[in-house]
Design a protein. Structure first.
Length: 142
């Protein structure tokens, strides 16, 4: 199963600076690999991250996300962003194999995309498109 995972920094603080991006993406890819859930594409903007990965049949999605967020948060703090933390919630959307290239390209273009669309607008578009019925904005945006 392919998963498009999206989550932001707590309070939408722009903690993901350009000089940390590549290292953060590589670190998260390593965390996912260790959970038999290889990353296909990772990209971020200062206040959130998009990850496309193949979920292992041996690991629950919630546990994979928890580990990725927890371990990458520690990494960011070790890199000097001591006040760093991820938001509590996340968005995880299944992607059909036929759409992996489309989603990969979408993730690749995040910086250009967010010149026109806010993170909140983007996520709420996904919620609509995927017909998510239990979306709680208060949970997601904390």
């Amino acid at each position: 199963m392919y998963i498009h995972l999206i989550y932001g920094t707590k309070g939408r603080h722009p903690y993901i600076k350009e000089d940390l991006e590549t290292g953060l993406h590589s670190y998260i890819a390593g965390i996912l690999k260790n959970q038999d859930s290889p990353a296909i594409k990772i990209n971020s903007v200062p206040d959130h991250i998009h990850i496309l990965f193949r979920l292992s049949k041996n690991h629950a999605l919630a546990k994979v996300v928890e580990n990725a967020k927890k371990e990458s948060s520690k990494w960011m703090k070790e890199k000097g962003v001591v006040e760093f933390s991820w938001q509590i919630g996340y968005g995880a959307f299944s992607v059909s194999a036929s759409k992996v290239a489309v989603v990969t390209n979408y993730i690749k273009r995040q910086k250009e995309h967010h010149k026109q669309v806010s993170f909140k607008e983007e996520l709420e578009e996904f919620v609509k498109e995927y017909d998510v019925i239990d979306y709680n904005p208060e949970y997601f945006w904390t």
